[in-house]
Design a protein around this ligand. Structure first.
Ligand SMILES: [Zn+2]
Ligand SMILES: [Zn+2]
Length: 379
């Protein structure tokens, strides 16, 4: 025996239409399949709820139910019209074509010509271009507004008429009885695509669609500081919409070519500087390649292998804000591998003169290159 409909809705027998509707919406929201995935109990409760509302929202059925109860309805031929549906999701699908909460409970339906699809194109930059940002000419295949009819789909010189199907409103309405009472659905007209107007003679070039596919050359700006794998959205530069609908967006998929001289860590760069062991011992000023030229770097006498020096502001600009990264220079001490007789003799004499003061304590030698780099980034 089904439960009492008033009990199901949690309202009194004197409840008005408004109160019944409110109670139903509140409970339906709680039991919606998006909220209660794979909960059979919730599905059963929703079906019960839908049936209760189906009856109590209809004055005639309600009075039959009030007088004769469930039996009276059944003998009067009432069948809940969703009885054959397997799940709540199916019921929502039947009434609302999709059944998401937004469209059922107050979300507006979209009308007007459809927006065009998004496009995507890959753009490859060098690290130097990342430093400055770049304006780039690209070729991309896009649908564009038809050059003959300018998007209205009519053969030039022929009239555009009011769409007979929607009578110029661009919208079609379907009215149905449902558990939610009288339900009006609005959707874009399928004859004119939501335009309200239709071509008497379709454009020969585009077949009346209003757009054509072609390779376009575009100039696009890629912002400085961008990283490999990031996307840039160019609003409204994608495919043209149907019949004058707004265009979609164009996405640039950014690839940054690796530069063998530099390793990137966010906005910072790391490079290696080869330093002859004599320069390391005596001190020297050496040129360092940066992204935009050459800088002189002063090395103090006795600088140790894998020392990291920082050239401030010679990294990459941040994508947002004014920050600029640094260039970290890792000292790579070169040890000679081939000595002639004279060099060998000089080094032997040097070795003989070396004493306990010549070499530094072994402090920090346990600290590897990567520890030093990590410390450098911390500073
Ligand atoms: Zn055309
Ligand atoms: Zn129409």
């Amino acid at each position: 025996m089904p439960r009492d409909y008033y009990e199901v809705l949690g309202v009194g027998r004197e409840a008005g239409d408004d109160e019944i509707k409110k109670a139903f919406r509140r409970l339906a929201r709680e039991l919606h399949p998006d909220v209660n995935r794979h909960d059979p109990a919730a599905e059963e409760r929703f079906k019960e709820l839908a049936e209760a509302y189906e009856v109590l929202s209809d004055g005639e059925r309600r009075s039959v139910y009030d007088r004769y109860g469930h039996e009276g309805l059944r003998s009067g031929g009432f069948e809940p019209n969703f009885a054959s549906f397997g799940s709540v999701a199916d019921i929502f699908e039947m009434f609302f074509g999709g059944g998401d909460l937004g469209s059922i409970f107050g979300g507006g339906s979209r009308t007007g010509p459809a927006r065009g699809p998004d496009g995507a194109v890959e753009v490859e930059l060098t690290l130097a271009e990342v430093a400055t940002g770049v304006s780039r000419e690209i070729e991309v295949e896009l649908t564009t507004t038809c050059s003959a009819c300018h998007g209205n789909g009519a053969e030039p010189g022929t009239p555009i008429e009011t769409c007979p199907r929607c009578e110029g409103t661009g919208q079609l309405q379907s009215v149905s009885r449902s558990v939610f009472g009288q339900l009006v659905r609005t959707m874009p007209c399928d004859a004119c695509g939501g335009d309200g107007k239709i071509a008497a003679t379709p454009c020969k070039l585009c077949g009346g669609r209003g757009h054509e596919l072609g390779v376009q050359t575009l100039t696009v700006d890629v912002p400085k500081g961008i990283e490999d794998g990031q996307r840039v959205r160019l609003s409204g530069r994608g495919h043209a919409g149907a019949r004058g609908g707004p265009p979609g967006d164009l996405y640039l998929l950014v690839r940054v070519e690796p530069d063998p001289r530099f390793e990137r860590h966010g906005d910072d760069l790391v490079t290696r500087l080869d330093v002859p062991f004599t320069d390391a011992a005596l001190g020297a000023t050496l040129p360092v390649e940066t992204l935009d030229g050459t800088e002189s770097l002063e090395l103090r006498a006795g600088i140790q292998p894998a020392t990291v020096l920082r050239l401030r502001g010679h990294g990459l600009p941040a994508l947002r804000g004014r920050h600029k990264g640094d260039l970290h220079v890792v000292v790579n001490v070169l040890v000679p591998t081939r000595l002639d007789d004279e060099q060998r003799e000089l080094l032997e004499r040097f070795a003989e003169s070396a004493n306990g003061e010549t070499y530094p304590e072994d402090k920090g030698h346990h600290e590897g290159l990567f520890d030093r780099l990590r410390n450098a980034f911390r500073g």
